[in-house]
Write a protein that binds this ligand. Structure first.
Ligand code: DHB
Length: 386
């Protein structure tokens, strides 16, 4: 097989890249180890930054998002006895949309179907080759047969455990493993709040998010190594009720339809390019979930990469391709800092001094307009090139 851009990974980064390349007149083929059903059902965060919403809309992907997504003006920050609203629209003139990554992935899949995009699902043994030449290629097996996919460029959108990241020789890497995890649930119950609640509590952080008028998404800070089997539905609802407790407010409980434990880490690998291999999304960086930056960062990478690759393969102009890694990493590090900052401000440790610092910082964020604006600017998201 031959194409202009070989994309490894059919998650949101790979699908969006093929969509943007197609609009620029560049052909691509995507290979993916999982099945389409698995990729489309994979539950991830559900907050789209303003720039992500704008990009999806501008590229013909906003129709269902505009119909079913819910625009949120801000968030609530809470600690025992107090809940405060931060209004991003007032603070920075930007907002966010609540729309699950699963839905973004389905919309992208449908748009790719309509365009006749070639996506090869359920491949094995994917490997990338000859990256330092002008004729790189990808090999994989499918139904027991080995396939070779030749391309001008290979893009790794295959996450942190895929073969692309590992194919970059001697990268610089940075990692922080946090000493806690999240227990996430989906429940068939109307959200008990109009906008997300981020709650600091001595028992641990809790987050009330949502997916629709009838589906709530909630998270609890739990110790690393937690087994979901130890968390009955009753135990989950009572822990959530305790952490969100506020006079005159009640948390609606309902049937839990999904339960899982998420480890939390920060990771950055640079550069995001090696010869004719480019990395985008989780293949180059991981953020802890607090602040919901993962998908938005992947979208921003791809928004920079698509025009860079189009210029490279169509016009043999490497100017943007040569600055891609540095351009993307500037934003990656900004979001890495923001995600780390939100995480460390909100998750309880065993240190009572840390707790006092966190409470002082939370009070500062809701009482100083400058501090509130800083959170709002980062949460609602920076322009793609900031
Ligand atoms: C969600 C996840 C997050 O990490 C976050 O900060 C906000 C929302 C979510 O899954 O809805």
């Amino acid at each position: 097989m031959r194409t202009q851009v070989a994309i490894v990974g059919a998650g949101p980064a790979g699908l969006l890249l093929s969509h943007l390349l197609d609009r620029a007149g560049v052909e691509s083929v995507i290979v993916e180890t999982r099945s389409r059903e698995y990729v489309e059902a994979r539950i991830r965060a559900g907050i789209l930054e303003q720039s992500t919403v704008d990009l999806l809309r501008d590229n013909g992907l906003g129709e269902r998002l505009d119909r079913e997504g819910d625009v949120h003006r801000g968030i609530y920050l809470q600690w025992p006895g107090e809940r405060h609203h931060l209004d991003f629209t007032e603070l920075v003139g930007r907002s966010v949309a609540v729309y699950g990554q699963t839905e973004v992935t389905k919309d992208l899949g449908r748009a790719r179907d309509a365009a006749g995009q070639q996506i090869v699902y359920e491949v094995a043994d994917t490997a990338v080759h000859d990256l330092e030449t002008d004729a790189p290629f990808v090999t994989f097996t499918r139904d027991g047969e080995t396939v070779r996919l030749d391309a001008d460029v290979v893009v790794g959108c295959d996450g942190s455990f895929g073969p692309s990241r590992a194919a970059v020789p001697n990268p610089q890497t940075w990692e922080r493993i946090y000493p806690y995890s999240w227990l996430g649930i989906l429940a068939d119950v109307a959200p008990s709040t109009d906008e997300l609640i981020y709650a600091w509590h001595p028992d641990g952080f809790a987050l009330h998010s949502m997916r629709s008028e009838t589906v709530s998404r909630l998270y609890l800070q739990v110790p690393n190594g937690t087994d979901v089997a130890d968390w009955s539905d009753d135990r989950i609802w009572s822990a959530l009720s305790a952490r969100f407790a506020l006079d005159g407010w009640t948390l609606n409980a309902g049937p839990i339809t999904e339960k899982s434990v998420l480890p939390m880490r920060s990771f950055v690998q640079q550069p995001m390019r090696h010869g004719r291999l480019f990395l985008a999304g989780d293949a180059a960086h991981i953020v802890p979930p607090t602040g919901a930056k993962g998908l938005n960062l992947a979208v921003a990478d791809v928004a920079l990469l698509a025009p860079a690759l189009a210029a490279l393969v169509r016009d043999e102009d490497s100017t943007l391709a040569d600055t891609y890694s540095d351009d993307a990493l500037r934003r990656v590090w900004r979001c890495t800092h923001f995600s780390w900052w939100m995480t460390t401000m909100l998750h309880t440790s065993t240190d009572p001094f840390d707790a006092r610092l966190q409470l002082a910082q939370l009070r500062w964020v809701v009482s100083s307009e400058a501090a509130a604006r800083e959170l709002a600017e980062n949460y609602a998201g920076l322009p793609i090139r900031f």
